[in-house]
Write a protein that binds this ligand. Structure first.
Ligand SMILES: Nc1nc2c(c(=O)[nH]1)N[C@H]1C(S)=C(S)[C@@H](COP(=O)(O)O)O[C@H]1N2
Ligand SMILES: [Mo]
Length: 539
């Protein structure tokens, strides 16, 4: 580097790039960096994509009140909102990197490298990624820095092709802002190059997306036929109150609630699935998908629900799970005395801890589930294999994309949500919900049928009562019980004078426990209290 260029880089009087060219260099370089990292990741492990790794790490680091808020406000779109927000922040950082570099490429280079370092840190923080995964964010860092400096140099050279007026030069150097209004060859070269780089980045990202998604989960699902030896009894007449405004007894797979920390749904083919059962066992087992299919398959109707469900919330669904007895598998492995926790891990690194006793009870109903409503599990519900333990909230029992099971103790291991202050043990609380009327609905005064659902999995619902405006409790009619592990519908005939009303509901389970009015937040072990609806009867 000669003395003139050195002076030019640090000299505050040096000519400056136009704003738009500086910003474009930043944005195009960062886009190219992300795209290159995404493509390299697709060849190694799609989770190593710096963009996704940063997103997944953001989810893991988000304090639970924020996560709760995101789930409440954005529901199942929360991940889309996160990705869009990240894209916005990164694009903003890229613009800033460009704008700080109107004279010298140094600030932008440092910022591009810093963004790359964030990607590396995020990939390092992913629990399931090995050392080779680091290639993806490292590629991003290098591509970001190189492309930024290249475009920056092109941009600075551009106006040099236009001959500056004599009065604008001092010591042969241009002293005014680079005049890009002169449509010289150089300006065109910068525009064409940055557009080409942007297009190449788009194609690279698309290739990464395509290659990363090449694991053909749908073909693997389609090839599977599940024929349980023991089928679930059909849902009896009178179990379903859907005509009264409650959900259908069996939730269609597409409507089944979804809660997980996975930014992108893990994609694994059944033929690639292996699960090791190890830890405090007499015999380690390694199971394949064929091993499961060749065991006795049972079908059980079970209501799954999420600990994050607010009183009156939607995170409960019911399905016919098909699977093999988890108890039988643990019996085969031989659980050593002293082991009180089954620690399970998903392919994306999420972990879960389940009390061994809840699985080993002869009537536990715990499954390694492979099917839902006659089909192989949908990818977003854990294909190929997940766990289900009736009576426990999902975060302590329902590992999706399950790949590892270790017998351990509660003293020795804390699972994902336990590390984030949720409870170690979390049986589902007895709960009831009003589905009709809806909050603030206007209904005709006079005779009106209110309806809803109640659940107390593994204990069973024995009664539901409602009361209007704090009056006497009135018994609701219950739907026929399917089994103690599913929800039960209720309905109640009301006689409503015109005006505003409050409707409250409470359930009693088969242990004789009645829900109390005492409210509890979902954290740490599930919401409690009476679902209360305010509505209006019009004359
Ligand atoms: N791998 C993995 N499994 C998981 C989770 C997760 O975040 N990752 N979330 C759990 C929680 S909190 C619940 S409530 C259930 C939800 O299962 P569903 O999405 O099939 O309804 O999955 C459980 N299994
Ligand atoms: Mo959950």
């Amino acid at each position: 580097m000669n003395a003139t260029t050195r002076r030019q880089r640090t000299d505050p009087g040096a000519p400056r790039l136009p704003l738009w060219a500086a910003a474009a260099a930043g944005v195009v370089a960062v886009g190219a960096a992300l795209a290159a990292g995404h493509l390299v990741a697709a060849l190694i492990d799609p989770f190593a994509s710096p963009f996704l790794a940063v997103g997944n790490t953001a989810i893991d680091l988000t304090p639970h009140p924020v996560k709760d808020f995101a789930i409440r406000v954005f529901g199942e779109d929360d991940k889309l909102v996160l990705l869009a927000g990240m894209a916005f922040v990164i694009a903003g950082a890229a613009v800033v990197a460009g704008l700080l570099s109107r004279r010298s490429a140094l600030p932008g280079t440092v910022l591009a490298a810093a963004l790359g370092a964030v990607g590396i840190a995020a990939v390092l923080a992913r629990p399931t990624l090995g050392a080779t995964a680091m290639l993806a964010p490292a590629t991003s860092l290098v591509v970001g820095v190189v492309v930024f400096r290249w475009l920056h140099r092109l941009a600075r050279r551009a106006p040099a092709d236009a001959t500056p007026a004599l009065e604008d030069t001092v010591d042969g150097r241009v002293r005014r802002p680079l005049d890009w209004s002169v449509p010289g060859l150089g300006r065109r070269r910068f525009l064409i190059t940055s557009t080409a780089v942007a297009a190449a980045a788009g194609a690279t990202a698309a290739a990464g997306q395509f290659i990363g998604g090449r694991v053909d989960v749908e073909a693997s699902r389609r090839a599977i036929r599940l024929t349980p030896g023991e089928v679930a009894p059909p849902i009896p007449e009178g179990a379903n109150f859907a005509g009264s405004g409650t959900p259908p007894f069996i939730t269609p797979n597409a409507d089944f609630y979804r809660v997980d920390t996975a930014l992108t749904v893990p994609r694994m083919r059944a033929q690639d699935w292996r699960m090791r059962v190890h830890g405090m066992v007499d015999r380690e087992l390694v199971l394949t998908y064929d091993d499961l299919v060749n065991r006795p398959l049972v079908e059980r109707t079970i209501s799954l629900c999420c600990v994050s469900n607010e009183v009156g919330g939607p995170y409960i669904s019911t399905t016919d799970f098909i699977g093999v007895s988890l108890r039988d598998i643990l019996v085969e492995a031989g659980v050593r005395p002293g082991s009180d926790q089954l620690a399970t891990r998903s392919v994306d690194g999420w972990t879960c801890g389940t009390p061994v006793e809840d699985i080993m009870k002869p009537d536990s109903g715990a499954l390694l589930a492979i099917g839902m409503n006659g089909e192989p599990l949908p990818a977003e519900h854990g294909f190929p294999v997940r766990m289900v333990v009736p009576g426990l909230y999902g975060f302590v029992s329902a590992t999706k994309w399950l790949v590892d099971a270790e017998l351990t103790t509660f003293a020795d291991f804390d699972a994902y949500w336990v590390k984030r202050d949720w409870a170690r043990r979390a049986p589902i609380k007895t709960m009831s919900r009003v589905d009709r009327p809806k909050a603030f609905e206007q209904v005709p005064a006079g005779k009106f049928t209110a309806a809803g659902v109640a659940w107390a999995q593994h204990r069973g619902i024995d009664g539901v009562e409602v009361r209007v405006d704090g009056g006497p409790w009135q018994a609701a009619t219950l739907s026929r019980e399917v089994n103690v592990d599913t929800w039960r519908m209720w309905r109640a005939e009301l006689d409503l004078p015109a005006g505003s009303h409050t409707l409250e509901v409470r359930a009693t389970d088969r242990t004789g426990h009645t829900q109390t009015s005492e409210r509890a937040e979902p954290i740490p072990d599930g919401a409690a209290g009476w679902h209360t609806i305010v509505f209006t009867a019009r004359p």
